[in-house]
Design a binder for this molecule. Structure first.
Ligand code: SF4
Length: 221
C-alpha cells in the first residue's frame, strides 16, 4: 500500500507553509475546520505581525482574532494559540518541545496536532488521526475502532514506525483526492486491491480483477 500510495501521490508532505516548529503549531491549530489553502493565505501576514512565541504571548487577543478570522472558529483558535504561547514561555523556555506528552499539555494541542508537529518539524515518526484517517483506515479494514487514540494504536502495530508520518500524509491526501467521503472513486483507487470496501462495491475493472487473481495465486505459491 505504501509503495502504491507513494507512486500515486509523489512528493507528498505537510501542505502547511511554515518555517519553524512554532509556525507549524500555529498553522495546524488554524487548520481545524478550515482548508490548508485558506490557512496558507492567512499565515504569511500573521507571522509577519506576530513573528514568534513571545510576540503571540504578548498579543492583544482582539487584534490577533481579527487576523485569523477567515479561518473560522477564530475566538477559540485565538485562545488556543495565545494560551499555547504563554504556556511555552512559562513551562518550556519558549521552545516547542519535541515530546508528545509535553505537547499535549498545551492549549489547543491534541494528539493529532502533536503528531503532525513531531513528524514534520522534528522528524519523529507519528501517526496523526484526522477524519480522513478514521474513515479510510476503517474502509481498508485496518481498524474497527472509531476512537482516534485506539485507531492510532491499531495503526502503530501495522505500519512500520519509520513510515508513520508518511503514511498519515499519504492517506490524508488520498482522502482529499480519491477516497472522498460519500463518493470514493474506487475504480481509480491505487490501493483498491487492498480495500475490502472497494472490492465489495465492485470497484475492480476486468483487467484489475485478472491481476488480483494472478497476484493471489503467486502469493499462495
Ligand atoms: S477502494 Fe474505494 S473505498 Fe477503498 S480506499 Fe480506495 S477509494 Fe477508498
Amino acid at each position: 500500500m505504501l509503495r502504491r500510495l507513494r507512486k500515486a501521490y509523489p512528493g507528498t508532505r505537510c501542505p502547511l507553509l511554515c518555517r519553524t516548529p512554532w509556525e507549524l503549531m500555529v498553522a495546524t491549530i488554524l487548520s481545524a475546520q478550515c482548508t490548508d489553502k485558506r490557512v496558507n493565505l492567512v499565515t504569511p501576514s500573521l507571522f509577519e505581525k506576530f513573528p514568534d512565541v513571545r510576540a503571540c504571548a504578548a498579543a492583544d487577543p482582539e487584534v490577533f482574532a481579527r487576523s485569523i478570522r477567515s479561518t473560522g472558529f477564530y475566538q477559540n483558535k485565538t485562545r488556543s494559540i495565545l494560551g499555547a504561547a504563554k504556556a511555552l514561555l512559562e513551562k518550556f523556555g519558549g521552545e516547542v518541545p519535541a515530546c508528545l506528552e509535553d505537547l499535549v499539555t498545551l492549549p489547543g494541542v491534541g494528539r493529532k496536532t502533536a503528531n503532525v508537529i513531531l513528524g514534520n518539524a522534528f522528524g519523529i515518526p507519528g501517526i496523526s488521526v484526522d477524519t480522513h484517517m478514521i474513515r479510510i483506515n476503517r474502509l481498508l479494514g485496518l481498524t474497527r475502532n472509531a476512537d482516534p487514540v485506539k485507531i492510532e494504536r491499531d495503526l502503530m502495530e501495522l505500519v512500520p514506525q519509520k513510515n508513520w508520518t508518511e503514511y498519515s500524509s499519504l492517506i490524508i491526501r488520498h482522502g482529499r483526492e480519491c477516497c472522498v467521503a460519500r463518493r470514493p472513486d474506487c475504480p481509480r483507487c491505487p490501493i483498491l486491491e487492498a480495500c475490502p470496501f472497494g472490492r465489495a462495491r465492485g470497484g475492480l475493472s476486468g483487467g484489475r480483477r485478472k491481476n488480483l487473481k494472478f497476484s493471489r495465486r503467486n502469493s499462495e505459491t
